[in-house]
Design a protein around this ligand. Structure first.
Ligand SMILES: [Zn+2]
Length: 300
């Protein structure tokens, strides 16, 4: 008699540990890991309190070429949602085993519009070692109409995992879309004003941007923090013979000495930061707003 009374209690205790695990995907915060800052910014903004957004790449590395260590890789593998850029961004994702069911390739909707880069010399910047930009161009989000589509993919993924939050996510998405579309319209106007005047970019990361806004752009392989040497200046001047640009577009604030060297040969400098990594201040949205304002100032 005594044993029978104890049995239900035993079963209750034995079953208990399973309960929180079973409940966690439907309640509690979703852990959302992103491969770059723009996707992290979209997730943070759209998910609000429903998610814990994590972007593990270090501040001093380019997330496009970063290789996560074992701990960072495990964090990605255990996430509730993994936001991938696609278009060959974050080379490590092509080699790592990531759970397909919990991964979303945010550029999938426009994959037939990817740009292939034929020639790009190997070079290095930052601690990731040497790389080349040959293959699929990956800075998809600086065509802000593509950024909206990537944010749309994030929105759909979040709603699929948190259908009860759909109204709030939709409302935040409408605001985000409106903001990016306003910036996109201003960039289209800059493109019209430039009317195919030649521009030079400091690094080959602007393909989608140039296509969307009609910029006539050629690239060198320079870094904002590196002052160009005589060889780099000679290469630039050879390019300027056939592509007589008056402006160089930089990924970040260039060294004062670089600006002076360019001004000496008739080139002015303007920054359009692709913002692949977490900026020192603000986020993707404030950086894009500053980028657009800088271009409008340069090309009024
Ligand atoms: Zn590079």
């Amino acid at each position: 008699m005594k044993a029978l009374l104890l049995l239900p209690l035993f079963l209750l205790v034995a079953c208990k540990p399973a309960a929180p695990t079973a409940a966690s995907p439907a309640s509690g915060k979703l852990r959302v890991l992103s491969v770059n800052h723009p996707l992290h910014a979209f997730a943070s903004r759209l998910g609000g309190d429903a998610i814990e957004a994590v972007f593990p790449a270090p501040a001093d590395e380019d997330p496009a070429f970063w290789q996560p260590d074992d701990a960072a890789l495990a964090a990605f593998q255990q996430a509730d949602l993994i936001l991938l850029n696609g278009a060959s961004y974050a080379k490590w994702t092509g080699k790592a085993s990531l759970p397909t069911a919990r991964s979303v390739t945010t550029s999938a909707a426009f994959k037939d519009r990817f740009i292939q880069i034929e020639d790009s010399a190997p070079h290095s910047h930052g601690p990731e070692g040497e790389h080349s930009h040959a293959g699929t161009a990956f800075t998809t989000w600086i065509d802000l109409s593509q950024a909206v589509q990537q944010a749309e993919a994030v929105r759909a993924a979040l709603i699929r995992l948190r259908p009860d939050q759909a109204a709030a996510i939709d409302e935040r998405f409408a605001a985000l879309k409106g903001e990016l579309e306003a910036l996109d319209a201003r960039l289209l106007k800059v493109g019209e004003r430039l009317a195919k005047a030649p521009l030079v970019a400091s690094h080959p990361v602007y393909h989608y941007w140039a296509r969307r806004y009609g910029f006539n752009l050629q690239s060198v392989l320079w870094e904002p923090e590196t002052v160009p040497d005589a060889k780099s200046m000679a290469e630039l001047q050879a390019l300027l013979v056939k592509h007589p640009a008056k402006w160089m577009v930089w990924e970040g604030e260039p060294a004062g000495e670089s600006v002076a060297k360019l001004e000496a040969i008739g080139l002015r400098s303007v920054v359009f930061d692709p913002c692949g990594n977490q900026p020192d201040q603000g986020d993707f949205f404030t950086v894009m707003a500053a980028n657009v304002a800088a271009l409008e100032k340069a090309f009024p």
